[in-house]
Design a protein around this ligand. Structure first.
Ligand code: GLY
Length: 351
């Protein structure tokens, strides 16, 4: 399956989804001027990095490989600076390509490096988690963490994202659940049948269909508003509170988005009269995802939300649902936001 992200008539990014893609199809888009490929991986997938390096070497490219730290640690400025230095030492030039192989944090870091090294080189991503495949690797936003999560970042598409379904087939339940949170988000904002898939199959939802549907939603939304001037904000459903909880509680991104969606559904109930908040909470819980963050201090969450990029002159913007598949972006009043936080167990100042 091939999905594309377009700007006007032009295809700016393609997402290939299918089994056996690492072995069976060209990894890099065809073009002139590329002589080296820098492969950025994380500790859990260095073996895959070696396979990819061997393939690219056999195609005549020089390769240089780097292993970044696991998780959000890959998105620290110190790590990024080190990568710039090593790219420079290896002689990676403007016409070359950075291939990011790993989970969402890794492709985020690789995308940031690719967008800024020498003012921008080509990026290609091979996501190895469901969360990466349905969300993080797609859409061209990448960022690093400076106090707030994703505080400094860029918009620049990878030319290709290769989602090899065989890489996702062996994932542990925890990673299927984390990716499931982002896939469900796509369902809640744009494809009710994705929600139905999880209601019917739980974490056994067929990955080919989950990825295909979630990527369809994301590619369509990003094509309509790449730099988030308006409609793209709906992709942040569950993320305003979710990002704050992620930092405050040290939760994984998927877990924090799960909590954030439960809070956003509660807010939706208050703001739009949305009547699916209980079903949403029950479905999220049934996937083994958290629906509360009771140890988190409300003051800290509010402090982190104040750093959020979704703030404008009218205050903080939240994505809410009018119905499943019908999102809206609103400025919510502080009392409703506190009630939404209370719905996920964040009620008062805690030490
Ligand atoms: N890289 C994630 C996004 O663009 O939404």
């Amino acid at each position: 399956m091939r999905h594309v992200i377009t700007e006007g008539e032009e295809v700016v990014s393609e997402i290939l989804v299918g089994p056996g893609l690492i072995d069976g199809s060209p990894l890099l888009p065809e073009r002139d001027g590329r002589s080296q490929v820098a492969i950025l991986t994380q500790p859990a997938v260095t073996g895959l990095g070696e396979v990819v390096a061997e393939r690219l070497a056999a195609e005549g490219y020089g390769t240089v490989s780097m292993t970044l730290p696991d998780g959000e640690a890959a998105k620290r400025m110190g790590v990024i600076e080190d990568v710039y230095r090593r790219l420079g030492t290896a002689g990676v030039a403007r016409g070359d390509t950075i291939v990011g192989i790993g989970g969402g944090a890794l492709t985020d870091a690789a995308g940031f490096v690719a967008a800024t090294y020498m003012r921008g080189v080509e990026a290609v991503f091979i996501p190895t988690t469901l969360l990466g495949a349905v969300d993080a690797a797609i859409g061209g936003k990448s960022a690093v963490n400076v106090d707030g999560k994703n505080l400094a970042g860029v918009f620049r598409h990878p030319t290709r994202v290769v989602v090899d379904l065989d890489l996702l087939a062996e994932l542990p339940e925890s990673l299927l659940a984390e990716g499931g949170a982002e896939a469900l988000k796509s369902g809640y904002i744009g494809d009710p049948s994705l929600v139905a898939l999880y209601e019917t199959h739980g974490l056994g939802a067929p990955l080919a269909e989950v990825v295909d549907r979630a990527v369809t939603v994301k590619a369509e939304v990003v094509s309509s508003d790449f730099t988030e001037r308006g409609r793209r904000a709906i992709l942040n459903y569950g993320h305003t509170i979710g990002h704050a909880v992620e930092v405050a509680a040290g939760m994984s991104h998927g877990d924090a988005v799960a909590v954030g969606m439960v809070a956003a559904a509660a807010l939706s109930e208050m703001v739009t009269g949305f009547d699916g908040a209980t079903e949403q909470r029950d479905l999220i819980a049934s996937l083994g995802l958290p629906v509360e963050a009771p140890t988190v201090s409300r003051a800290r969450v509010e402090e982190l939300m104040a750093l959020d990029k979704k703030r404008d002159d009218g205050g903080l913007r939240f994505v809410v649902l009018e119905a499943v598949g019908r999102p809206a972006v609103v400025h919510a009043d502080p009392t409703s936001v506190r009630a939404a936080l209370a719905a996920v167990g964040i009620e008062e100042q805690k030490p």
